[in-house]
Design a protein around this ligand. Structure first.
Ligand code: PHE
Length: 338
């Protein structure tokens, strides 16, 4: 065998044996360039063909191309195998077991007050009522005067009301959502069927049963021929929707400047009578203040505290639990992750 042919032979063997120790595509690429690339022994030999004796040239050329063809096939095959190996490894490594239990991230919860607010909204929208909201910073006239609460009424004194400076602004933090009802009567004609939910403010110290910031929902109906029976029926439905079908309501005579007659609404719940809210027939003075014809229209109104409603329904004894927003409290009411 000529010396060149044996060089080709040993280059081929070296290139073949290199394949046996290759474990990944990078190594394959390196080996390929080393044994088959421009600077490989085989390339050097083909570049020097000119200096090979003419008699030998054909045999060398043949041996060279045989070696290259065979090596190309082997390297290609190795490449395919390594690629398949890599793919199956990736599939294995990146496999997702969809049957595994999901990890639970703690999520925020909808506050019980918000949920109750939505619940009440649904009860009344199903009856055809609209939900109306008004500003928390309110004109004293709407919060008091229009509601027949005169300037010397105790509810206007500093003990109850947060007045806004300068006092001449005549602005207060609303002490109830009734001013929203006045706004409604001033801006639309009867028939009126609305509830007015929202935050309200009174200068009470925070303790187990008081909070200076609380929430109310008030209802107002003004239409032809509205009587106290309509009020009682509506409150019955409201109470049963919130506290359960067994609950009983009772009206107890009371006084509010904006209703006449007025009553407290009590519910019989968990074996005892509990005061739930205030109500009454809208005082004709209030209707007149709002430009409503009292010879044609009458109305009823009611108002409840949302915190109190929650406390009664869920036997919560400290209102601060509702106010402070501790998630441990919020979650107890099944409100996670919505
Ligand atoms: N506005 C009253 C309050 O805040 C509640 C109420 C509303 C009473 C409507 C009677 C009628 O206390």
């Amino acid at each position: 065998m000529s010396e060149v042919i044996s060089r080709i032979e040993s280059a081929r063997k070296e290139a073949e044996s290199a394949l046996t120790s290759i474990t990944d595509l990078d190594e394959l690429k390196e080996a390929k360039s080393k044994h088959l690339g421009d600077r490989s022994e085989l390339s050097r030999i083909s570049q020097s063909m000119g200096s090979i004796a003419a008699a030998e040239r054909a045999a060398v050329g043949k041996a060279l191309s045989a070696a290259r063809t065979e090596l190309a096939t082997r390297y290609e095959k190795a490449g395919r195998e390594l690629l398949a190996l890599r793919d199956s490894r990736v599939i294995e490594e990146e496999r997702v077991d969809v049957t595994l239990a999901a990890s639970r991230f703690p999520q925020g919860g909808v506050h019980p007050l918000t949920l109750l607010d939505r619940e009440i909204g649904e009860i009344f929208t199903r009856l055809g009522y609209s939900i109306v909201e008004g500003p928390e910073l309110e004109a004293a006239w709407l919060n008091f005067d229009a509601l027949n609460i005169p300037a010397d009424h105790p509810a206007r004194t500093m003990q109850d009301t947060f007045f806004i400076e300068p006092l001449e602004s005549n602005l207060v933090l609303r002490t109830h959502t009734s001013p929203t009802q006045i706004r409604t009567m001033l801006s639309q004609e009867p028939p009126i069927y609305v509830i007015c939910p929202g935050r309200t403010f009174r200068s009470d110290e925070l303790d187990a049963t008081h909070t200076p910031v609380f929430s109310q929902v008030e209802g107002l109906v003004v239409d032809e021929g509205i009587t106290m029976a309509d009020l009682k029926g509506t409150l019955d439905h409201f109470a049963k929707s919130i506290f359960g079908a067994e609950v009983i309501t009772r009206l107890r005579p009371s006084f509010f400047p904006f209703t006449e007659p007025s009553a407290e609404v009590d519910i019989f719940f968990n074996d005892r009578w509990i005061e739930w809210g205030g109500c009454g027939m809208v005082n004709p003075k209030v209707l007149t203040n709002c430009g409503i014809d009292t010879s044609r229209f009458s109305g009823f109104a009611f108002g409840m505290g949302l915190e109190r409603t929650l406390m009664v329904r869920h036997q919560i004894t400290d209102i601060r639990d509702i106010v402070e927003g501790d998630l441990r409290f919020t979650r107890r009411f099944g409100l996670g992750g919505r």
